[in-house]
Design a protein around this ligand. Structure first.
Ligand SMILES: Cc1ncc(COP(=O)(O)O)c(C=O)c1O
Length: 474
């Protein structure tokens, strides 16, 4: 029981614990510009910057303005009232200052001037784009635009309030019905954000007497949900079902509910779990299995139905199917598909559903149309799979380290340092390719990388020329 305790917030990662945050987990919390940071330079910049910040903190801010005699909390430093003195902000400023000194452009928050798919426009210039989730090439498709326009004309742009109290729109229900069918599930519920779907679902289903076991590379939203739930948590090494089995042998008896969380296609590495192993283990140890299909719906399986189809398993073998509307489904939001009881429980108690506005009808219409196109046009899935396999195979042949990628929609190019990842990304941009770097702390420093998202609509020539350009700059 002790070993399964959550570490207190802010505590150092425990060695030997695969779940230790943030190094072992792709938290997507990377600070923009946090890349270029040789120790000496960073320390120097940090020292000066913090000196400046602390100087300001003593003379400004609401608490500092209080006359000393009026201050009922003299022991509380004024810096605690200043966002500028927040330790996370200080770290961010230090990283950015170091990057500027090394003349490394900030690759984050670039402004795209149109729909970003296989190509995109930044600063008036056209780029071949590998930084979009638009796996099936549906963003901006005329059929989807038409569905959105009709929904907007009928319902406006907002669902106006929580669906629980203010009612539903038929398009939300149709989307949920068709997603449930896609996963062979009884019911489905859609949330306004994919991230919030994980946070709210895990936060609501589990409590302090429960345990969550998760893959070491699982998404940040899962970890945040576990924190919210107050459940105990343990990570197991990536895809290591044997370690999971051993943990369950050791710990299962100490808890009431146990949840195992894995992803269909891992968002940083582009590999998949052996679903049959996880299903067998969860059944034997009386646990729930949750699969995050953010990057696998529309990608895995010959018709894009995700991990179950990829592994030749019936979808009913998974208790909680989670997915996002923001990737293959050209929208924004998330969903949970599963049993009637699970979905009803979430609809009446998950805070991210009950206390949040309903999914915008326009976004529901976009994803509904995308789901129908996925069903009607499996050739899009095939094109994506062909492109993914080509990118991964060609990159390997050019000596690029693609890590564990199986060549589906996500392929990393491991650079081994955050600085190299940012430099490579900037060099590629100069040559007309937009590929985002993934830097520490989103991944371990030695696992820093560029990440390629492939689309069905990329041409072979676009892919080959991007890989050739990377081979030249790395
Ligand atoms: C595995 C995984 N789950 C959940 C999310 C959150 O989804 P969204 O970005 O749609 O909020 C992401 C985001 O990329 C993801 O990669």
């Amino acid at each position: 029981m002790q070993a399964a305790d959550n570490p207190p917030p802010g505590s150092a990662p425990r060695s030997g614990d695969a779940a230790a945050e943030p190094a072992a987990t792709p938290t997507h919390d990377a600070a923009p510009g946090a890349a270029a940071r040789p120790a000496g330079l960073a320390a120097l910049a940090r020292g000066r910057l913090l000196q400046r910040l602390r100087g300001q903190a003593d003379t400004a801010g609401p608490a500092a303005r209080l006359h000393a005699a009026q201050d009922p909390h003299p022991q509380v430093p004024a810096a605690w009232c200043r966002f500028e003195s927040h330790p996370a902000y200080e770290r961010l400023l230090v990283s950015q200052a170091a990057a500027r000194r090394m003349d490394v452009d900030n690759p984050f928050f670039r402004v795209h001037e149109g729909a970003a798919g296989a190509t995109t426009r930044i600063d008036g210039r056209e780029f071949v784009n590998f930084s979009s989730y638009d796996y099936l090439g549906l963003n901006g498709h005329p059929r989807i635009e038409q569905a959105v326009l009709q929904a907007v004309r009928r319902y406006g742009t907002s669902a106006s309030a929580s669906r629980l109290v203010a009612g539903e729109r038929p398009v939300q229900r149709e989307l949920e019905r068709e997603l449930a069918d896609c996963y062979g599930a009884e019911e489905c519920v859609a949330f306004v954000s994919g991230h919030a779907t994980n946070v709210s679902t895990i936060g609501c289903l589990l409590g302090p007497k429960d345990l969550v076991l998760h893959d070491a590379l699982v998404h940040n939203s899962v970890l945040e949900g576990i924190k919210l739930s107050g459940a105990h948590r343990r990570g197991f090494a990536h895809n290591d079902w044997r370690q999971l089995d051993a943990l369950l042998h050791e710990l299962r008896g100490n808890f009431e509910r146990v949840l195992i969380v894995i992803e269909g296609l891992y968002s940083m590495d582009g590999d998949t779990p052996e679903l049959q192993r996880f299903v067998e283990i969860k059944q034997r140890h009386k646990a729930w299995l949750m699969v995050d299909e953010a990057h696998s719906l529309g990608v895995l399986g010959s018709t894009g139905r995700g991990l179950a189809e990829h592994c030749g398993m019936p979808p009913g073998c998974v208790d909680i199917w989670m997915g996002t509307l923001s990737k293959s489904l050209a929208g924004c939001g998330g969903f949970i598909a599963g049993s009637r009881a699970l979905v009803e429980l979430l609809k009446y108690t998950a805070p991210g559903f009950v206390y949040s506005v309903g999914l915008s009808p326009a976004l529901a219409a976009a994803s509904l149309e995308a789901l129908r196109m996925l069903r009607e046009q499996p050739e899009r899935v095939q094109a994506l799979r062909d492109n993914g396999a080509f990118l991964c195979g060609y990159a390997k042949s050019r000596g690029i380290d693609t890590g564990r990628s199986l060549g589906f929609a996500v392929t990393p190019a491991i650079t081994g340092s955050s600085l190299k990842a940012v430099q490579a990304s900037n060099a590629l941009l100069e040559q007309g390719f937009n590929v985002q770097p993934i830097v520490h702390p989103a991944v371990e420093e030695r696992a820093a990388r560029l990440r390629f998202f492939v689309c069905a609509s990329h041409t072979r020539e676009q892919i080959a020329s991007a890989v050739d350009a990377l081979a030249r700059v790395s």
